[in-house]
Ligand binder design. Structure first.
Ligand SMILES: *Cc1c(COP(=O)(O)O)cnc(C)c1O
Length: 408
């Protein structure tokens, strides 16, 4: 497959422009969008051969599609994985991976600090089918170890976590797996780290999952998901689940995401540089009581960040003085930064987790995860750093007045 672009001696940026391209008879420059459900056969014999799997070629877009395959090939390049499969959303990827890895009677150890949908899948959905789950404090390796049972088949985590950007020592978890549950799979949701700054497969993970909705699209257009792993695991365990349960990615969305991969390193590098500058600026503001950024030396787990991430990423969390009133005053005063629960976009987006994405958590769980009422999560976009810092500074300047007015 491909076009001479798949040479491993080329830089990633180069390969993300060329890898995986399948050109039609017209020799188009840009990757073609094969917006089709099915495929026609030259003869009944050819149809028979395709269904028997002895003739290469597509059969039906729920099973595979040329545009989706180009996206999968380029994602495998980006991650350094043997193979990739695309799904309609990040949650479809998580669910399909779990269904492929688990059966009734199995046990999952998962970090409690998970994206809401992921937590629902492991905590509520899987137990309905006889899979037991233990949620642990992801910052505590001993808790992972203590939770292992003879039937543990999956370790599931994200790092950095949403929204407080705490880290899980991925290599540490892989070592616990090797010692206590050999054969179990370490599954990492790598959305917050991005494929650029953290390589879970190199740290001992078996499966990496993305919501392509986030940095991979990066421009707020379409949903998508990706599962990356060893080719044998994908062929033996995942392909039949995807084929027969149908979480297929639309070719149109695959085409959009494929084109987005050409600019992913440029975008994520720029967003990360800006995020680091914004975090430093926030740390100097008198109305900010706490800044959490994995790229800063004052991150509580800076040592792990240096070990497993190349850079701090595009998200910054910070606590505004004055609790909810302070956070709302700052949020409402923003002009450039938009309020939205999404992330990874070219547009900088801000969310107040305690009243939106994490509102369903009990106060005790919020306290455990460090989600205080003044906490804001900022997804840094592609705007000029100085403009973002100016907007955040003027918004935070309003806080004292607003919280002061409230208290008198
Ligand atoms: C957004 C997100 C998901 C879910 O992805 P969708 O594309 O919205 O289904 C899963 N995990 C993390 C960390 C996310 O940020």
């Amino acid at each position: 497959m491909g076009d001479g672009g798949e040479r491993r001696d080329q830089a990633l940026q180069t390969r993300l422009i060329h890898d995986g391209v399948t050109r039609s008879q017209f020799g188009e420059t840009c990757e073609a969008l094969y917006l089709t459900q099915g495929f026609v056969y030259a003869s009944a014999e050819e149809a028979e051969a395709r269904f028997a799997g002895v003739s290469e070629g597509y059969v039906y877009s729920r099973y595979g599609n040329p545009t989706v395959a180009m996206f999968e090939q380029r994602m495998a390049t980006l991650e350094g994985a043997e193979a990739a499969r695309a799904t309609a959303s990040g949650m479809a990827a998580v669910t399909a991976a779990m269904l492929a890895a688990l059966k009734a009677g199995d046990h999952v150890v998962a970090s409690a600090a998970l994206f809401g949908g992921c937590r629902y899948v492991v905590e509520t959905f899987l137990p309905r089918f006889g899979v037991e789950t233990t949620l642990v404090d992801g910052t505590d390796l001993a808790a992972f170890e203590a939770a292992v049972r003879p039937n543990t088949r999956v370790f599931f985590m994200e790092s950095p976590t949403n929204p407080t950007l705490t880290l899980v020592d991925l290599e540490g978890v892989a070592k616990i797996r090797d010692a206590k549950a050999p054969g179990a799979l370490v599954v990492v949701d790598n959305v917050f780290a991005t494929p650029l700054w953290q390589k879970p497969l190199e740290l001992g993970a078996d499966i990496v999952i993305y919501s392509a909705t986030k940095h991979i699209d990066g421009q707020g257009r379409c949903l998508g998901g990706v599962i990356l792993s060893a080719e044998a695991w994908i062929k033996d365990n995942l392909d039949m689940i995807l084929k027969q349960t149908g979480p297929a990615l639309s070719p149109f969305n695959a085409w959009t995401l494929l084109k987005a991969l050409e600019t992913l390193p440029l975008r994520v590098r720029a967003q990360t540089e800006t995020a680091a500058a914004v975090a430093d600026a926030l740390a100097t503001h008198p109305n900010v009581t706490r800044v959490i950024y994995p790229g800063r030396d004052d991150h509580p787990q800076a040592e792990i960040a240096r070990r497993q991430m190349k850079k701090g990423g595009t998200l910054v969390a910070f606590t505004v003085a004055g609790g909810k009133a302070g956070a709302f005053a700052a949020a409402n005063a923003l002009r450039l930064v938009k309020l939205s629960n999404n992330l990874g976009d070219a547009k900088s987006l801000l969310t107040h987790p305690a009243t939106t994405t994490h509102k369903n958590l009990a106060q005790e769980a919020k306290d455990q995860l460090g989600i205080d009422d003044g906490l804001l999560r900022l997804s840094v976009g592609l705007e000029e750093a100085d403009d973002l810092i100016a907007d955040l500074t003027q918004a935070l300047d309003q806080v004292k007045a607003a919280t002061h007015l409230r208290s008198v």
